[in-house]
Design a protein around this ligand. Structure first.
Ligand code: 5AD
Ligand code: SF4
Length: 434
């Protein structure tokens, strides 16, 4: 090694944090990434504030660094991400070993902050600065990378669902200009990417292109060597006609849609400030399926929202039965400080919420297993990403975002291959070359 400083980043939460962690590493080019906190001179925790459990994990993790810091006084510890944004200075009060607190909008200022902490000061930055952080966080280029890449195109949310911290931690909705996104995508493809997933807290509200997200997708689809385009995550009310049509018209746009609904009860949807009904959501799903009949639908659900009755919950169950999800995330409601829902009375007892979650998750797991079993016998395109567990095996994702493994030569990593699905396992499909 060249004796440069060593950086360890631990990422919690969503895919945007994964993208942000890569940008942070690139913003500190005089640091080498290491795999364990023990080797590091600088530790960054890229944190998530969405539910209480995620946010509290940060403090237990920080506590574990105490002996490390005692043994290595030069070790600097930073908290980034949404807990940093939401709690700011409070983090240092609760855990004085923290040297640096940086919110998601200030990552381009990390090099300067790092210098300050090296000089023995603390550094805290949770501003929403005017300058374009993406332009200042441009990748170093040149480095090869895996066949799949995340690309943030939109950040923030103006929807203010009553349970959600995102509008506060990530701020107002902003879109990156399409030319910049296309340029970044070209760079990713030159470095080996074959698939990009466009990221945004509300990505289908993207307005950096006259044609909205569909317009951006169509421009990206013209990049030679870029084979697959995905996007996540979306709000039902921003699913416009052009985007629905794109699912039927653009073969590079993958047949998978993550479209959270949260609840099947109109009463609860209203209390959640979702601004759509369950009927409206179902109609939308029907239109998307008309455009692309084989599309896999994925969703997010919250059970135990304040005031949720048994019959509200049954409505969620029937919506799930009606849609038939290929994949989903479901959570127990977590009251977040500062959100309107946290002020509501009529909390659902934890035991009731757990029982509902359990039933919902069993139904969703059955549906997922059914969607995967339906693939057995079919020929599907897979982008192979890496070696599997057993020798000679590669793993990748199908167009429908299902994990697939097959025995193939190692030089097929990073390429698309047609395979035939032979079996479905709990979390993956087995396949043979077609
Ligand atoms: N409690 C539980 N789940 C939440 N989510 C967002 N906020 C909360 C909360 N306070 C879930 C929603 C959202 C996903 C990213 O996290 O389902 O779609
Ligand atoms: Fe949160 Fe999504 Fe609602 Fe925005 S649309 S407030 S990110 S749940």
């Amino acid at each position: 090694m060249d004796g440069g400083k060593k950086l360890f980043i631990k990422t919690y939460g969503c895919q945007m944090n994964v993208y942000d962690s890569e940008r942070m590493a690139e913003a500190l080019p005089d640091h080498d990434l290491v795999e364990t906190p023990e080797e590091a001179d600088l530790i960054l925790l890229n944190t998530c504030h969405i539910r209480e459990k995620a946010a509290e994990k940060v403090y237990s993790e920080l506590g574990r660094f105490k002996p490390l810091k005692a043994a290595k006084p030069d070790l600097k510890i930073g908290v980034a991400g949404c807990v940093a944004q939401a709690e700011g200075e409070e983090i240092v009060r609760r855990q004085p070993l923290v040297d640096l607190v940086v919110g998601p909008q200030a990552y381009h200022r990390l090099p300067e902050m790092e210098r300050r902490v090296r000089d023995g000061s603390r550094a805290l930055d949770t501003d929403f600065p005017e300058e374009d952080k993406f332009e200042r966080l441009k990748g170093r280029g040149g480095m090869r990378r895996g066949p799949t890449a995340f690309l943030t195109v939109q950040e923030g949310c103006d929807k203010f669902c009553s349970f959600c911290v995102v509008p506060y931690t990530r701020g107002a909705e902003r879109s990156r200009p399409a030319e910049r996104v296309v340029a970044e995508a070209r760079g990713l493809v030159e470095r080996g990417a074959r698939e990009v997933t466009l990221l945004g807290q509300n990505v289908n509200a993207y307005h950096g292109h006259d044609g909205g997200l569909a317009g951006l997708i169509m421009d990206l689809a013209r990049i030679d060597g870029l084979e697959r385009i995905r996007y996540t995550t979306s709000h039902p009310n921003d699913m416009d006609d052009a985007l629905i049509e794109a699912h039927g018209a653009e073969p590079k746009l993958m047949p998978y849609l993550h479209l959270p609904v949260q609840s099947g009860s109109d009463r609860i949807l209203k209390a959640m400030n979702r601004k759509h009904t369950s009927e409206g959501y179902l109609r939308l799903i029907a239109r998307v399926r008309a455009a692309r009949p084989d599309i896999v639908i994925s969703g997010d659900f919250i059970v135990g929202f304040p005031g949720e009755t048994d019959s509200d919950f049954e409505e969620t169950m029937s919506l799930v039965r009606e849609v038939g999800y290929g994949h989903a995330f479901s959570f127990k409601y977590s009251a977040r400080p500062g959100t309107p829902a946290a002020e509501r009375g009529s909390r659902v007892p934890d035991g009731t919420a757990s029982a509902r979650l359990d039933r919902l998750q069993r139904l969703l797991a059955e549906q997922q297993a059914g969607a995967m079993e339906a693939m057995v016998g079919r020929e599907v395109g897979v982008l192979f990403e890496k070696e599997g567990r057993s020798p000679g095996q590669l793993v990748g994702k199908s167009e429908h975002l299902m994990a697939v493994h097959a025995d193939l030569p190692g030089d097929r990593i990073g390429t698309l291959a047609k395979v035939r699905i032979t079996a479905s396992n709990p979390n993956s499909l087995s396949a043979v070359p077609a």
